[in-house]
Ligand binder design. Sequence first.
Ligand SMILES: Cc1cc2nc3c(=O)[nH]c(=O)nc-3n(C[C@H](O)[C@H](O)[C@H](O)COP(=O)(O)O)c2cc1C
Length: 399
Amino acid sequence: MQVRRCANLIIEPREDLAFDLDSLAAGGDGLRTRLSLLALAPHLQQEIEVSPGELAALAAIPCTAWSTLALLEPEHGASLLRGLIDKGLLISDAASGVAVRERDDQLRAANWRSLSAAQHYFSRWHGVRSGEDSQRTGYLTLRELIGKLGDPPPPTQQRSAPEAQIALPRPEPGEFDALLRRRATCRNFDSAAPLSHVHFAHMLQRVFGAHGTLAVDGDEAHAVIKRGSPSGGGLHPTEAYLLVQRVEGLASGLYHYRPLEHALEPLQALDAAAAADLALRSVAAQAWFANAPVLVVLVSRFARSFWKYRNHAKAYRVVTLDVGHLSQTLYLSATDLGLGAFITAAINEGEIEHAFALDPLVESAMAVCGFGVRGQVCETPEFDPGHVVWHADGTLIGS
Ligand SMILES: Cc1cc2nc3c(=O)[nH]c(=O)nc-3n(C[C@H](O)[C@H](O)[C@H](O)COP(=O)(O)O)c2cc1C
């Protein structure tokens, strides 16, 4: 049998602290420390504890070339190596190892940087309901947060004495300045109002639509698209997958947006209750986002970016920055149309990807945005210190 180490592997020495009554009774600090070595191998999608001996074997066995298992056994021991194969950290060419081998091959083909792959795949959620905590404990005011956490770092950095600063002119604000001032994360959607079909289409066109293309030798497969947001390498690896809840003339359900054709691909129809349930699970039970008429899952196709930026230290950062740019374009586009918008990274990637039938080793949810008609009353706090969106009494300005 031939074996090789899995392609992407980070080992984290972890220290867990636990309360220990015996230690307290014996006059100690009441804390028990547990040290462990954790293998973060994204193709396995769960942390695996390894022994120092297993770590030594993993460090010695190449991940590119295959090695004959029998020749490794004298040094590392047959049962230790068998254990590593069973754990999925050593990839074998045996028929029994095909499932894990295929997953490892998928990651190899995507040209991930190991550190980035570990960061991405071990920060994914499944079944988290963080929104419920905020609702249960109430929203902490800034004053309460400071009381709990101590002083935060200052809001801005000062690098010289005030008299050394060079004052800058403040040009007369124009329409764009007013638009920027009206932008605010919306946590108060109208739970009943549908979004007009035209606004819906306009939003998709503005944020995700292709405003132009450049194809090599006229070959569409080799085209790059132009969007309203910049993208690292011009590759635009991020796609829009939609959970539609209330759009005029459109059945609720799951869709994928095609930027070139400016068209929707229907993926699955969902009744209103199923759509609402998925929406709530997707945004980790943040009820203030889940009732938006449209939720847009920003899904990055890593191989598209890493095709150019292979095993590249900056590539994953670029993909996440792309997502942020799309989000700001979405916010501003919505604000311009008089709509509310949001982004959240507190998402259950596992559930979203399952619903949209996305293989996370190929393409993965990075954030969820949403947009739609604002409600008339501010029930969930928004950050609007200048009262540009909400009157001081919590009613919507301009409605
Ligand atoms: C990457 C990112 C993630 C965010 N995640 C959440 C979130 O999980 N829940 C939430 O209520 N707001 C979330 N927000 C919104 C911020 O709380 C909001 O931008 C901030 O309070 C400032 O308010 P403003 O956007 O109205 O200026 C997120 C914003 C960004 C940029």
